[in-house]
Design a protein. Structure first.
Length: 237
């Protein structure tokens, strides 16, 4: 699992380019809301809010939302709701505090069992959750280019079983896949950096980092980024 200090560093460093470059992440946030709009009411929290795509899509609704993220720099771009810097695995909220929890493109950076336990804890009785989580077979081109599985995405079955193990009931789910193409490996790598996605899941040596950069720069053909996500909606059991 990626260390939390590295996650914070990556996303803080590129917080100013994230809003411009994170096309797939923004579309996913909108599609997730459309998938479970009926579950969103009252007071909610966006876990791993980043620059506030979800809050922005909900600003005209009659709700109150708290945005929580590890990166204070990402939160500076959020314009709607209350912003709190914090850890999803150890949320600074009382039990049974929220009508809904929403999270898009964030929980894969965490220990899902710990995160789902916290979601269950902070949801009110019959409170709802709405989640979009990248799963196995995401970022396939990177694994192909480097001839190594650089990201340990879980399968959708494991995600669902982990939810159920934390007293959360899944009402519905679906698998959605998004693609974005680039004219060469250099532009692909630049996009990854500008959206906070680091291929170095731990501190790497300079030699290892140089090898990865050179592999991307040497790919002169079209390439693509893909994310395979599971959209889930449900409630506290």
């Amino acid at each position: 699992m990626v260390r939390k200090d590295l996650i914070k560093k990556y996303f803080s460093r590129f917080s100013k380019t994230y809003c411009r470059e994170a096309y797939i992440q923004k579309k996913t946030a909108k599609d997730l809301i459309d998938f479970g709009r009926e579950l969103i009411y009252g007071i909610g929290v966006d876990l791993g809010s980043g620059t506030g795509y979800i809050a922005d899509f909900l600003k005209d609704k009659n709700i109150s939302i708290i945005n929580i993220d590890l990166s204070r720099d990402m939160l500076k771009a959020v314009e709607f709701g209350i912003n709190i810097q914090g850890d999803i695995e150890n949320l600074p909220f009382k039990d049974n505090s929220f009508n809904f929890v929403i999270s898009s493109f964030s929980l894969h950076w965490t220990d899902l069992n710990k995160s789902f336990k916290e979601i269950s804890r902070i949801l009110s009785k019959n409170g709802n959750f709405l989640l979009a989580i990248p799963v196995k077979d995401s970022l396939k081109f990177i694994n192909f280019l480097l001839n190594e599985n650089k990201f340990n995405f879980l399968s959708e079955d494991i995600v669902i079983d982990t939810l159920k193990g934390n007293s959360l009931t899944v009402r519905d789910y679906k698998i959605v896949e998004y693609y974005q193409s680039f004219k060469n490996g250099y532009h692909f790598l630049k996009h990854l950096h500008q959206t906070g996605v680091s291929i170095n899941t731990s501190d790497k040596s300079f030699k290892e980092k140089k090898y990865i950069v050179n592999k991307f720069k040497s790919w002169e053909n079209n390439c693509f980024i893909n994310y395979r996500l599971i959209f889930l909606k449900g409630s506290k059991a």
